[in-house]
Write a protein that binds this ligand. Structure first.
Ligand SMILES: NC(=O)c1ccc[n+]([C@@H]2O[C@H](COP(=O)([O-])OP(=O)(O)OC[C@H]3O[C@@H](n4cnc5c(N)ncnc54)[C@H](O)[C@@H]3O)[C@@H](O)[C@H]2O)c1
Length: 346
């Protein structure tokens, strides 16, 4: 990452963006600019704590800019002022259930916000000299959900057709199409990553794994949609960050890279594994498993996602380092030790 001096990260107060910024502050000398509107899922504590503990010049290498990417003037000003040589775009509304209940913000942040970033990035890119243009990249962080739902068979790869089925995945698919259009039509050097479900510390507890942990620790019913048979491919967040940084370093503009953990689990398996571990390290009178309750299925619930990561493995030599068993233990221990944060947020 040493080739990038000025990195603009959108959504850096979120779960994945925060992990990315922490890694860059620890392991690079780049200047990091974090543009985030601080919605309900945004939290700067993990970054601010790290800056305190690292000391030295870290504070000077990091700037937080509170702002909404759906504001085109703000986006244009930020890009012109920062003059980034790399943009990693993560800011988005991300919770499928919220997108079903109230899709408006998903259209604004995920579609209009991405459009504003692309337009302003292109305007900026066309003004910089050739040497800077050769270096510049716009990386758009997307999801496997844009490809729709699989049956028990099959796997998504870079050639999979787009078939989004929720307002969230439709808004992400729209943003992917815009990103591709800006590459093909205007030659803006963009790359898309389509990653499977992430988990790890600092994830907002509306998402499956921290939600199960939170409910279990509070001895409340653990809601599982339908019959619990829906399958997701889980990837520890730090493995996703490694992939994003490899793409930034050596990924090919115009491409999209599929990133997955090769680790398919039904929702019920995930819940059982969390309960088994909690039974071991934090036993109660009855097993945590007795708290699991099947609830009415999510509307349009995608049955299964699975990702074939061959391309990024072959081209960029990426592979996940953290097994699901190990990642889950790290994650559960983190939430156990940070219950104040967990309950403040949920
Ligand atoms: N979490 C996953 O499993 C997963 C998997 C694949 C891809 N992704 C993608 O990765 C990105 C980050 O996901 P996450 O899990 O960290 O989400 P998150 O909800 O934890 O964080 C999103 C961040 O974006 C910010 N944000 C939202 N709308 C904004 C706006 N209009 N302007 C500025 N900031 C705004 C929020 O304040 C928050 O800090 C998203 O684009 C998501 O689609 C997530």
């Amino acid at each position: 990452m040493e080739r990038y001096n000025r990195i603009l990260i959108t959504g850096g107060a979120g779960f994945i963006g925060g992990a990315l910024i922490r890694k860059l502050l620890k392991e690079s000398n780049s200047h990091i600019y974090n543009l985030d509107k601080l919605s309900y899922s945004g939290d700067l504590n993990s970054i601010n704590d790290l800056i305190q503990s690292l000391g030295g010049n870290t504070k000077e290498r990091y700037k937080f800019i509170k702002g909404d990417i759906s504001d085109k003037h703000l986006v244009e000003n930020v890009i012109n002022q920062i003059k980034p040589d790399l943009i990693i775009h993560l800011a988005a509304e991300t919770h499928v259930d919220k997108s079903i209940a109230s899709p408006d913000n998903f259209i604004l942040s995920n579609i209009i916000g991405t459009f504003n970033l692309l337009k302003s990035s292109l305007k900026y890119y066309e003004k910089i000299n050739e040497e800077k243009q050769r270096k510049f990249k716009f990386i758009h962080i997307s999801t496997d959900e844009v490809f729709g739902s699989l049956s028990e068979y099959g796997i998504f790869n870079e050639q999979s057709k787009y078939d989004p089925r929720s307002p969230y995945s439709a808004s992400k698919a729209s943003s992917d199409h815009l990103v591709k259009a800006w590459f093909h039509t205007y030659n803006l050097p963009t790359i898309i990553t389509n990653c499977s479900n992430n988990y790890g510390p600092w994830q907002y507890p509306e998402k499956l794994i921290p939600n199960i942990i939170s409910k279990a620790l509070k001895q409340k019913l653990i809601p599982i949609y339908g019959t619990g048979k829906n399958v997701r491919d889980w990837l520890f967040v730090d493995d996703h960050i490694d992939a994003i940084l490899l793409v930034a370093d050596a990924g090919m503009p115009g491409k999209n890279y599929c990133i997955g953990g090769n680790n398919e689990q039904t929702n019920l398996e995930v819940a059982n594994k969390i309960c088994n571990y909690l039974d071991k390290i934090n036993p109660q009178n009855i097993s945590y498993k007795s708290l699991i309750k099947f609830v009415k299925d999510r509307a349009g619930h995608d049955f299964r996602y699975a990702i074939d990561s061959k391309l990024i493995k072959k081209e960029l030599n990426w592979k996940p380092k953290i097994s699901f068993e190990k990642g889950l233990i790290i994650t559960i221990n983190w939430y156990l030790n940070n219950q104040k944060w967990l309950y403040k947020n949920y």
